[in-house]
Design a protein around this ligand. Structure first.
Ligand code: ADP
Ligand code: MG
Ligand code: MG
Length: 255
């Protein structure tokens, strides 16, 4: 079992108006095999947490720690984080012109494992995963994210998840912009990855919709850069009915 541990994390960004504190003391422990839903209103800092775990240079960690099995993740380069077993699906995936999906996946797999995947099994694995995700085989020859529809981008993320086999994955609004069929296919892929590799998952979502297909073990509600409430899957049901108003009122009263 592996553990990803976030302790009293404070993160800020430089804006034109000065330094803006976004995360104000986040604590979170995720073990392999667990699914944690990170929910919360827009602007509460969910994506900032994802970017900080991934090592995005724009986000400054002012204090606190992130460790993976006791190793300091914040001291690692972005590449080292991937090799250590962290996977981040960006809310807005970048285009990589001139690089075909098949080459991208193979290069990423080689970089993460430290050796090229076996030619014999790799091709089969890619085909099988693509088939599972109902992706046409021609997709493998397209350039990464170039002209991908929203649904294609999400499937490509899950394809990476299945093939790269990380210990921990952070999926940021993987459900946004998906129709019900695509949502089901993507959710099945996540559940398969969890079943096959004992994946630990941080599932960031504004809406409870995806949680009908991926059952979280824990739900954490972000408000104003902190975890305001935690619970089991029943908390997601409550949010579905009540929304985030209750939390937002609390914040307003504090100020
Ligand atoms: P969420 O994902 O929960 O919607 P974000 O982490 O994207 O929240 O944003 C949290 C807050 O920090 C918002 O007020 C947002 O405008 C601000 N913020 C995030 N990233 C940046 C940035 N790069 N520059 C300036 N402000 C940012
Ligand atoms: Mg947002
Ligand atoms: Mg976000």
């Amino acid at each position: 079992m592996s553990v990803l541990e976030i302790k009293d994390l404070h993160v800020s960004v430089e804006t034109e108006q000065g330094t803006k504190q976004i995360l104000k003391g986040v604590d979170l422990v995720v073990k392999t095999g667990e699914i944690h839903a990170i929910m919360g209103p827009n602007g509460s800092g969910k994506s900032t947490l994802a970017y900080t775990i991934a090592g995005h240079p724009k986000y400054t960690v002012d204090s606190g720690s992130i460790t993976l099995d006791g190793e300091d993740v914040l001291a690692m380069t972005v590449d080292a984080r991937a090799r250590a077993g962290l996977f981040l699906a960006m809310q807005y995936p970048v285009e990589i012109p001139g690089v075909a999906v098949t080459n991208f996946l193979r290069t990423a797999k080689t970089a993460i494992d430290g050796e090229a995947p076996s030619i014999r099994t790799w091709g089969k694995d890619v085909k099988a995963s693509m088939k599972n995700l109902r992706m046409d085989s021609s997709f493998a020859e397209r350039n990464v994210n170039e002209g991908f529809s929203g649904g294609e981008k999400k499937r490509h993320e899950i394809l990476q998840l299945e093939l790269l086999k990380p210990k921990f994955a952070v999926l940021d609004e993987t459900d946004s912009g998906l129709d019900v069929d695509a949502l089901k296919i993507v959710s099945e892929g996540v559940n398969r990855a969890k079943a096959n590799t004992d994946l630990g998952l941080l599932l960031i979502t504004h809406y409870t919709r995806i949680l009908r297909y991926i059952t979280p073990d824990f739900v954490h509600v972000f408000v104003d850069g902190r975890v305001a409430e935690e619970g089991g899957p029943e908390l997601a049901d409550r949010l579905e009915n009540e929304g985030y108003d209750r939390f937002l009122t609390d914040v307003a009263e504090e100020e």
